[in-house]
Design a protein around this ligand. Structure first.
Ligand code: WTA
Length: 635
């Protein structure tokens, strides 16, 4: 296979230039050389930024699972595809070979077909990190159903909203899930969700925890007996390059979550290409990404990217703190992991524990370590680089988003010199730009601005499910002719990028993107609450934590504030999920507002951070007197 592999820095710059000058040729060759197609494309891509329409590998036909599985069987049939490490270290790890994965996906695909799932139907998958999750995702892709994986930490209301938004008729879940020393009753969360999602006709239930569950007659079915009876007839549906592969929800700064739609061919080509280059994967390596498949990182870099490259990919069910803070390092030794990819929040939480937890492990198998999800602060970068990477493994700080489908800016190990807190350079094929407030592109180095991408790339999201208008408005109107990322960034003297954080109302808490609006909606449902505003403030481990400012109705003012705070957090936990709970809740009598009625979050953010030095221009405030009160009451 002639690979799309970058060999040295000179080759990187050469490829980069080629990708900008001749993007069609660049992508045509990558797609042609490295995948199996039922039919090749007529045209590499076309696009219209104004209408937010993008197409890649136009008219090509393929099935992504043929590329993830079938293509490897001749050479790698007995190689481990998925290495499952259970929550409990005493439970045996499972090595699922490419041959076994092929058979399991075939059976699952036929179960879905027998349950009436057809090409184009949406299937909601709400499962813990167990092999059935991977199998279910791939089985959907096999038959052309659109998977919508919902992170198994989301609440019943969040699950219901996602099911309803994309109109899933079938849900795949489990009786329960293990997380550290806890067992979570997943099935009952689904039961509650389905009270608000009446369109669901079937629920397939995986047995994982042997929890007693309520099986609703005619709707709920245990999965295993169906799999036992399924015929392993293994047809892979012929998909068009632009057929949707999956929907994945991400938080917006307003209203309901956005169902980002990714399509088949472009996503395949881009995730495979980036995986190969960024992790420097070699044939017998064991690769481990600690994300959950409920997030884009898990989709692109636990499943699709690695499997497209015939890799061995570890799937870990548990958490970094169970049974103790050595768990990650223990797994790296146990399976001789070569590439390790995790999030800054995990690094920070482990770095605050005794250094012995990591130091007793040599971690000599590691070759490359990676970070994703939020800016990695300098201290965490060094801890990770020194104690995990042994100052020997390149640390790839990878910047990308649910919307981008794959990694966009990242060092290439052993090629790009790393620099703490910098994601460094764009991958060939990616054209980032920094924009100023007047919508001009900022040229030159040592500058900061809003990060945009000015040319399409294969794995960009194509739309928001059911709401193309919102897609256009959110990403393509702030800077016409460009994709706006929502992030701010700086470019240093050599052209390296450092992502400074969100410039919109999305707050990243422990690596989870949270929109302020849905949380405020949940708070405002409390009968004693009149209005609320939440902002992020820096937190040692989570990166950011949430600070809520709440105005009570007169009727609520006699109530005990501690009790109200508990009730408010319970509401948030029920409606959005426990990850969105507030660390601090301050009851106030007013919120700073502009004359047009907009809350000035900038001021609240400064107060929450404890920075009272300069609130900037407050002349447009309708009620400047409340600022003093809020300052004095800061928690
Ligand atoms: C942030 C996760 C700094 C950023 C793949 C982005 C990062 C958002 C980095 C997308 C990084 C992700 N450095 N910030 N290396 N990686 N981000 O959709 O704000 O869950 O816009 O995708 O995470 O988060 P999402």
């Amino acid at each position: 296979m002639s690979y799309y592999k970058i060999h040295d820095l000179e080759n990187y710059f050469k490829m980069y230039k080629k990708s900008v000058r001749e993007p069609r040729k660049f992508w045509d060759k990558i797609a042609d050389d490295n995948f199996s197609w039922y039919q090749k494309w007529e045209k590499v891509f076309d696009f219209d930024f104004q209408e937010a329409k993008f197409r890649w590998f136009i008219d090509a036909k393929l099935n992504i699972t043929k590329n993830c599985i079938d293509r490897h069987l001749a050479r790698r049939g007995d190689k481990t595809a998925i290495l499952f490490e259970p929550n409990n270290p005493d439970e045996e790890a499972q090595h699922i070979t490419y041959n076994e994965l092929y058979a399991r996906v075939a059976k699952m695909a036929n179960v879905l077909r027998e349950q009436g799932v057809q090409k184009g139907d949406r299937v909601c998958i709400y499962l813990p990190m167990i092999p059935e999750l991977a199998v279910a995702v791939l089985a959907c892709a096999r038959i052309g159903a659109v998977h919508s994986v919902v992170f198994a930490g989301f609440s019943a209301s969040a699950v219901a909203a996602r099911i309803n938004d994309c109109d899933s008729k079938l849900v795949i879940t489990s009786d329960g899930s293990y997380r550290g020393d806890k067992t979570i009753d997943l099935k009952s969360i689904v039961d509650e969700a389905l009270e608000k999602a009446p369109g669901v006709e079937k629920v397939l239930v995986v047995k994982r925890t042997n929890t007693n569950v309520n099986m609703k007659e005619g709707r709920d079915i245990w999965l295993q007996p169906l799999l036992d009876e399924a015929i392993p007839n293994n047809v892979a549906e012929v998909m068009d390059a632009e057929d949707p592969l999956f929907i994945l929800y991400t938080s917006g700064s307003t209203g309901k979550p956005k169902g980002m739609v990714h399509t088949t061919a472009g996503y395949m080509v881009y995730t495979a290409y980036t995986f190969k280059n960024i992790f420097n994967y070699e044939e017998n390596d064991v690769y481990w990404c600690t994300a959950d498949i409920g997030w884009i990182t898990g989709h692109s870099y636990i499943l699709y990217g690695p499997l497209l490259n015939g890799a061995t990919t570890v799937m870990f069910e548990g958490v970094p703190s169970y049974p103790n803070f050595s768990r990650f390092w223990d797994i790296i030794e146990k399976h001789q992991v070569n590439q390790f990819y995790t999030a800054p929040t995990a690094i920070r939480s482990l770095a605050k524990e005794s250094i012995d937890f990591v130091q007793k492990y040599p971690l000599k198998s590691l070759k490359v370590i990676g970070s994703v999800g939020e800016p990695i602060n300098e201290e965490a970068w060094h801890w990770y680089n020194d104690h995990v990477g042994g100052k020997r493994c390149p640390l790839v700080d990878t910047w990308w988003q649910t919307e981008t489908g794959g990694i966009m800016i990242s060092p290439i190990p052993f090629i790009t010199p790393t620099k703490p807190t910098y994601a460094t350079l764009p991958l060939p094929g990616v054209q980032p730009v920094l924009m100023d407030e007047l919508r001009n592109e900022i040229e030159g180095n040592q500058v900061t601005g809003s990060l945009c991408i000015k040319f399409p790339w294969p794995s960009m999201a194509r739309t928001i499910w059911g709401d193309h208008q919102r897609f256009k408005e959110t990403y393509f109107t702030a800077f016409p002719g460009k994709y706006f990322t929502g992030d701010g960034a700086l470019r240093d003297e050599v052209g390296y990028y450092r992502i400074t954080g969100r410039v919109d109302d999305v707050i990243i808490v422990s690596g989870h993107n949270l929109g302020t609006a849905p949380i405020e909606d949940a708070i405002n449902e409390h009968p004693a609450v009149a209005e609320s505003a939440i902002v992020g403030f820096p937190h040692d481990i989570k990166g950011n934590a949430l600070y809520g400012f709440v105005i009570l109705k007169e009727t609520g003012e006699g109530r005990k504030q501690e009790n109200l705070a508990i009730e408010i957090n319970q509401l948030i936990s029920d409606q959005v999920g426990p990850i969105a709970k507030l660390d601090k809740i301050q009851f106030v009598s007013g919120l700073p507002k502009t004359r047009s009625g907009k809350i000035m979050r900038r001021i609240l953010r400064k107060i929450a951070e404890g920075d009272f030095s300069n609130f900037g221009d407050t002349s447009t405030l309708l009620n400047p007197e409340c600022v003093e009160e809020i300052k004095n009451g800061k928690l």
